[in-house]
Design a protein around this ligand. Sequence first.
Ligand code: SF4
Ligand code: SF4
Length: 113
Amino acid sequence: MTYVVTEACIRCKFMDCVEVCPVDCFYEGETMLVIDPAQCIDCGVCEPECPAEAILPDTSPEAGKWLALNTEMAARWPNITSKGQPPADAEAWRGVEGKYDQYFAADHGAKVD
Ligand code: SF4
Ligand code: SF4
């Protein structure tokens, strides 16, 4: 079992999660973070820390698509171990639906606007 980051993270990236992960298994894309399922020790510490409620256990019914995405992108994006600066408009994107289709960027340096 692992935890995964979902669409709710897109354009928020508050990054409270990376501060608490004991095994540093978060990876940073341009618009969201992902967890490397192979590294995650399933401690669950990050889930309540995420203000966007973007982190789910892979046992959750909504986790399937996100498990595949987390696995793929963790292999491509750089590791992140400390909290950075969230986007200035992060709060405005909290809870917005359909962000994946509009704003997901697979390449680390891709523009989203
Ligand atoms: S705390 Fe939540 S919204 Fe913020 S970067 Fe981590 S998973 Fe994404
Ligand atoms: S569940 Fe634990 S090990 Fe897995 S990403 Fe969250 S804090 Fe890290």
